[in-house]
Design a protein around this ligand. Structure first.
Ligand code: COA
Length: 313
């Protein structure tokens, strides 16, 4: 067996200064803190300033991850940005980030798999390390979801938030990423979408909820089976933070105690591709993640898309 692994060596995150609580939202649309909290677990979310883009947020998160890893711009050979809210149609967010960070020798591109984008990026990055094309990869999930929200639509505007999370994935001879798995089914394209001729998110919330729970439950089980491990061996599940009811239903399906789940949806809302790296960074900085911990990442998003990763911290 190969002893070359890709390993997460550092992380960083950025949340915009402005905090919008459920109570604040109740002044804008016909909703209440209790309704939002009971159905989603969300208490507040961060909202980017008008002149703050997904690139600006990615830049702030990336600087922290690079500083923690003690890497200079020249040490990064590849950048992948997961986003569905790019600053421009082109060039990609990754290229704009490369320019802001003054990283010269890397190549950079975006992936768009909506809320699953970060796991897709990790899947791709792992393969570039396994094939020895890259040694240090900057992976960022960054989203300005507020730019896609209709602040008159209570069905969607209460759910999302803005932010960015970054990690550095590096070549290592110690165990890191053990497996990744990604999937998609475009037949569900209309259940959660922003059409090209529309500015805003449209969603069939009930359908999304049911399919998310079913798909993520199955995916978690198949990830365990593929790696021949028991659920008891998992130290942390870091799921996409869309909704605490979805997360709790998955935990129940796979018999994982709630204490082993990293939860940030209460404070961040659904930040799409940024949600897993934001949650990862939160858990790292509050001391939850320990060296050697076995961690499962799991995401689900528009498409539908889904993905999981099993890794040793
Ligand atoms: N405040 C108050 N009432 C609201 C509301 C809000 N923010 N949003 C919707 N409602 C109302 C609806 O209009 C509806 O009223 P009606 O019965 O008079 O028509 C009622 O609440 C129930 O709506 P429904 O959509 O059935 O609620 P729900 O229990 O399914 O909860 C979601 C709605 C969106 C919270 C839930 O479906 C969900 O979490 N879905 C998954 C969404 C998601 O995570 N998407 C991203 C995946 S990556």
């Amino acid at each position: 067996m190969s002893d070359l692994y890709s390993k997460i060596i550092s992380c960083g995150s950025y949340l915009p200064e402005k905090v919008l609580t459920n109570h604040d939202l109740a002044e804008i649309v016909d909703t209440s803190h209790d309704w939002i909290y009971e159905r989603t677990g969300i208490v507040q979310r961060h909202i980017a300033a008008e002149n703050e883009s997904s690139v600006d947020m990615a830049y702030n998160a990336s600087l922290k991850a690079m500083s923690l890893a003690e890497l200079r711009p020249d040490d990064i050979d590849m950048i992948i940005v997961a986003t569905a809210t790019p600053e421009r149609k082109f060039p990609s967010t990754a290229v704009l980030l490369q320019n802001s960070l003054k990283i010269e020798k890397a190549f950079a591109f975006d992936v768009n798999a909506a809320c699953t984008g970060f796991v897709y990026a990790l899947d791709v990055a792992d393969k570039y390390i396994q094939t020895k094309i890259a040694k240090n990869i900057l992976i960022v999930g960054t989203e300005k979801m507020s730019s896609l929200l209709d602040w008159k639509d209570r069905n969607t505007c209460v759910l999302f938030g803005d932010g960015a999370g970054a990690i550095i994935l590096s070549e290592s001879n110690k165990q890191g990423i053990l497996s990744t798995s990604i999937g998609s089914n475009g037949a569900y394209k209309d259940l959660l979408t922003v059409n090209i001729d529309s500015e805003f998110i449209e969603m069939k919330g009930n359908d999304v909820f049911k399919i998310a729970v079913k798909t993520m439950g199955k995916l978690a089980m198949s990830t365990l089976q593929k790696n021949n491990i028991d659920i008891d061996e998992i130290d942390w599940l870091i799921p996409h933070q869309a909704n605490s009811r979805i997360i709790n239903a998955i935990a129940k399906k796979i018999s994982l105690p709630r204490e082993k789940i990293v939860l940030t949806v209460d404070r961040h809302g659904n930040t799409s591709a940024a949600s897993i790296p934001l949650a990862f960074d939160d858990a790292y900085h509050n001391g939850s993640l320990r060296e050697g911990d076995l961690i499962m990442l799991e995401a689900f998003g528009a498409g539908f898309t889904w993905g999981s990763a099993l890794l040793k911290f």
